[in-house]
Design a protein around this ligand. Structure first.
Ligand code: NDP
Ligand code: 13P
Length: 308
């Protein structure tokens, strides 16, 4: 929707024939975006070759755990000259790879970028004002992509800190589950703020260990997306946490990337001796190893320390 609103020829590949037919005929995507009116310029197709033929920029918008498989199937069709912009927020299960590392293995000769920041799909599709970060190791390409993607209500800031952008996007989902679970269990807004703030300290430590820039973590793709995702039931990760906290049935819920990312993030922190008790608690909670009450009691009774 954002590229079509900016006047770009926008083609969408999807595997669901019915969705493609409805999108082309009614300019809506009822399953994912309700009755939101999408720009008429978007042309959808189930024919990947036709969609990707001659594309000068490709946005990869599939869940993190499906990224390797999804792009592998399309790799011969993606034009060599087209930068691939990753929109998924997560760490790959099994390998611990960031999305850019996954794509570097699948498409080793392509320019890789990542688009991330506080941006609910429904807000962007409605044309509500949104600001995000686009990252690419090549500063000129990052700036060019920011200019291409920005539009009347969509503002892109550019950075070369690909890792920083990816780490913020992946970990905010894990922390949103913690925030939602605390509210769902009835611990209140003070506990929620404490979890988000101390979770942010964990995010900063991990980012530093991985060589990300502090400015990126303090920016839209870090703090910005953390604020959004940890405070709004519109977030699928936060609402997953809410349901967990309320003891609701967790089957058949919409995608919550933090569920897959939590255990791998906790394992990475343990392996690199990075203190991340909240991320570890989310992983243990999701694995059914502890209850929310046990997690909160353990967190609040940790040895006292300075606030760093
Ligand atoms: N929704 C949002 O507000 C935002 C989402 N993101 C990120 O974008 C990524 C995708 O999320 P989102 O689009 O919301 O997820 P959804 O679950 O809403 O949609 C997933 C899309 O990916 C397709 N898909 C799923 N699995 C595969 C697969 N194995 N191969 C090919 N296509 C597949 C689905 O197709 P089908 O319908 O055929 O199953 C569907 O079109 C996530 O990492 C998310 O964190 C980032 C910013 C905002
Ligand atoms: O990443 C998002 C907003 O920036 C969407 O969050 P959820 O995946 O939790 O819905």
């Amino acid at each position: 929707a954002m590229t079509a609103s900016s006047g770009h020829d926008t083609r969408l590949y999807a595997r669901d024939h019915e969705m493609v037919a409805i999108l082309n005929a009614q300019h809506q995507n009822p399953h994912y975006l309700g009755d939101i009116e999408l720009p008429k310029g978007i042309r959808a197709s189930t024919d990947a070759a036709a969609v990707l033929d001659g594309a000068d920029t490709v946005l990869a918008v599939i869940p993190a755990q499906a990224m390797r498989d999804g792009l592998s199937k399309l790799k011969t069709l993606i034009p060599q000259s087209a930068p691939v912009i990753l929109c998924a927020k997560g760490i790959e299960r099994g390998t611990g790879r960031l999305m850019s590392e996954v794509v570097a293995e699948v498409l080793p000769d392509h320019t890789i970028a990542a688009l991330s920041g506080p941006s609910f799909a429904t807000d962007v599709a409605r044309g509500l004002p949104t600001a995000v970060t686009i990252a690419c190791a090549d500063a000129t390409i990052a700036e060019e992509l920011a200019a291409i993607l920005s539009g009347p209500a969509f503002r892109c800031y550019s950075t070369t800190d690909l890792k920083g952008v990816e780490i913020g996007g992946a970990l905010k989902n894990v922390l949103a589950i913690a925030a939602g679970a605390a509210i769902g269990r009835g611990y209140g807004a003070s506990a929620q703020a404490a979890l988000v703030t101390r979770g942010f300290a964990e995010l900063r430590r991990i980012a530093q260990a991985m060589g990300a820039k502090p400015e990126t973590i303090m920016g839209l793709s870090g703090l910005g997306d953390l604020m959004l995702t940890c405070s709004s039931p519109q977030s699928r990760n936060y609402s997953y946490g809410l349901a967990l906290g309320r003891g609701e049935d967790l089957s058949n819920r919409p995608l919550a990337e933090g569920v897959a990312t939590a255990p791998i993030a906790a394992e990475l922190c343990e392996r690199h001796a990075i203190a991340a008790p909240i991320i570890a608690a989310v992983a243990a909670l999701l694995a059914g190893k502890i209850t929310i009450n046990e997690a909160v009691t353990a967190l609040i009774n940790r040895p006292l320390k300075s606030e760093d």
